[in-house]
Design a protein around this ligand. Sequence first.
Ligand code: XIL
Length: 315
Amino acid sequence: AAPLRTIAEKSGLRVGVAVDTDRLSDSAYAKLTAQQFSTVTPENAMKWEVVEPKQGQYDWSAADKLVDFAQAHGQLVRGHNLVWYSQLPQWLTDEAPSLTADQLSAILQKHITDEVTHFTGKIWQWDVVNEAFDDSGNLRDNIWIEKLGPDYIADAFRWAHAADPDAKLFLNDYGIETDGLKSQAEYDFVKQLVAQGVPIDGVGFETHLDADDPEQDLQTVMTQYAKLGIDVAITEADVKARTPVSKIDKTIQSSMFADSMSACLAVKQCISYTLWDLDDKDSWIPQYFPGEGGATLYDDELKPKPQYVALQQAL
Ligand code: XIL
């Protein structure tokens, strides 16, 4: 059968993958990445700790490599991410407690402006703010909230928009795939941003799913955002299970990939479906969720698993 990107073209959907830029030198990895996907996301290469390891000293090399790769293979890039509470450079974490609000705000504005400007015209969607809410539906307590208050989010969108008016600006989060406290709080917040004229273009659903918890309301939640006049995207799809993954769990994983794809296809404003990591060997899951894995479409030898076929058939 045809590659995912080719099949998805007929619905105008882009299918993507998170790329570990170090692995692009592995020809089998690079070949699959180019062949199957029409959009790529740097797994880590655009995060603040990577691009500005020392204050004022930028290192765009890994990110630039991915942007070049994407351009060579007719792929669009999801920029990930500009503001987060995690993977911040050590110098910033060390300095933050002693900074005034104005000083921290100036650092954030410079970071967003410099990073977006470096890539202007080359990024399709930016995850401007990542994981802004906690699991109980409050704005997450982090250095941004502590010093700058909730306005840091609207400011981040305005600064990103000023630096690249053509990039689509996203708020990205996990756990909003099911209707609940977090999902509702995030929706109410986005509705306000839109009403206030903040330049937000979309909401990213990370969609890190678990075979133990097959419940999802993706289509319903995505439709609500679409009614606000903004886009949505599935940005980090994977489906973990306890390892070794049982036969039953494999079947559940397959149907969960298929269902999330069907939800995206059913909502016209769902513009991309991105997988988080190409293969089980590269997946972030075993390290962050000990005892779990099997979360991607390809096995350790880069052979497509039944989950791949399920996703392909859903397209
Ligand atoms: C993960 C990467 O996959 C890991 O390599 C890294 O060590 C930690 O971050 N939500 C996100 C992503 O928005 O940036 C995270 O990526 C996975 C969870």
